[in-house]
Design a protein around this ligand. Structure first.
Ligand code: NI
Length: 175
């Protein structure tokens, strides 16, 4: 039996983060193992969401937990698709495990409906508002090569990218 393991998280500017991930055509034990690995990787980081491209797998799989500590709410989706969005928009502060230690206010539709497959290949849908709605959009963006910094001004994006590159250079220098 394969054991669950924490996977390395890919950071900007790795090109895999800018690729459109491929749909999962067949859900296998390997798919389910990958999802388990993504879940432990997300909780370990710690983070509230993770998309497969962030662990170097260009497949349409996301996991998230936007619940409270006392009330976890683990969500795992294969081939998720946004099927409707509200006209109302809202602003929430976002960060990303692939853009370490940086956050920005991001405006998005306040409510979304998402259609997806679970690990058994059953088609389900979920209506979300608040933090969960933002998290779903953020993670599904990852599957399309889009990052939260693409939703802010170029000036703010450049500042964030410059800071991340500086930190990455410092953490790799001296090796
Ligand atoms: Ni992210």
């Amino acid at each position: 039996m394969p054991t669950t393991s924490i996977m390395p998280i890919i950071k900007v500017p790795d090109p895999i983060l800018r690729q459109r991930a491929l749909p999962v055509s067949e859900i296998t034990d390997g798919t389910r193992q990958l999802i388990e690995n993504m879940v432990v990787t997300m909780y370990n980081a710690p983070g509230i969401g993770l998309a497969a491209p962030q662990v170097n797998i260009s497949q349409r799989i996301i996991v998230m937990d936007c619940g409270k500590k006392e009330e976890p709410n683990l969500i795992q989706m294969i081939n998720p698709e946004i099927t409707s969005i509200s006209e109302a928009r809202t602003v929430l502060e976002e960060g990303c495990l692939s853009i370490p230690d940086q956050t920005a206010d991001v405006e998005r539709p306040a409510e979304v409906k998402v259609q997806y497959l679970n690990q058994d290949g059953i088609s389900l849908s979920l209506n979300a508002t608040g933090l969960l709605a933002a998290c779903l959009q953020h993670e599904i963006d990852h599957l399309n090569g889009v990052l939260f910094i693409d939703h802010i001004s170029r000036l703010k994006r450049d500042i964030i990218l410059r800071r991340v590159m500086k930190e990455l250079r410092q953490s790799t220098s001296g090796n």
